[in-house]
Design a protein around this ligand. Sequence first.
Ligand SMILES: Nc1ncnc2c1ncn2[C@@H]1O[C@H](COP(=O)(O)OP(=O)(O)OP(=O)(O)O)[C@@H](O)[C@H]1O
Length: 241
Amino acid sequence: MESTVDTLTAVRAAALSLESVSRRYKRRGRGGREATALDAVSCAVPVGSFTAVVGPSGSGKSTFLQCAAGLDRPTSGTVRIGGTDLGSLSEAALTRLRRDRVGFVFQSHALNLVPSLSIEENVVLPLVLAGADPGSATVLDRGRALLTRVGLAGRGSDGPSTLSGGQQQRVAVARALVTEPDVIFADEPTASLDPESAGLVLGLLRDAVRIDGRTVVMVTHDPAAAGWADRVLTMDGGRLR
Ligand SMILES: Nc1ncnc2c1ncn2[C@@H]1O[C@H](COP(=O)(O)OP(=O)(O)OP(=O)(O)O)[C@@H](O)[C@H]1O
């Protein structure tokens, strides 16, 4: 009984929770057989934690992230971000939740930033998309403060293409932080970086947790990257081990 109460308390206090989440895909040309990418996965990610999701290729890590972040809808089960059941949201409400309450850092720095915008404009883009005035002191100050934080003060008016891959990933982290989201999802954020640049990006994610109390969920196949996390979830065959 007590453990049920404890579990319910943990789910309510979680930044992110999954309850028996499955994602099945219809396979083409195989007589309608389904592939189970996620198989009844349950977990609660506490506020202010840095979680790494690891596992062999094809174990379901990307599918976990896509469903957890509201980029894909599970076949069954419940995903909650900050207590909100994503399954209860319309597409428009889900888009707003992703914009306002979730931050993303993707694998490829080429995909993370908008090349036609300046570095600073990229950082504050989620605020502007949410309706903030891009010329307001609040937005400008927030952008500059975050660029200083990621070690790129003074580069705000340059274009992303003037930065190295590692620097671009640091801008992506700044942008992921700008809305002070409930959860920051990172999908192999250091996959294309040298160890030194990777360390800088991982240090920024860790600081977001330790200094700001943010919550980070990072998919990685790199044990060194996973070593920066507080907790490691291991996937195998669509399940958490
Ligand atoms: N759109 C899809 N259609 C059919 N099957 C899919 C689809 N996406 C994923 N799968 C299958 O689901 C399983 C899990 O895939 P997923 O990409 O989540 O694994 P992963 O652990 O992220 O792999 P990797 O480390 O190689 O990126 C795999 O068997 C994959 O073939």
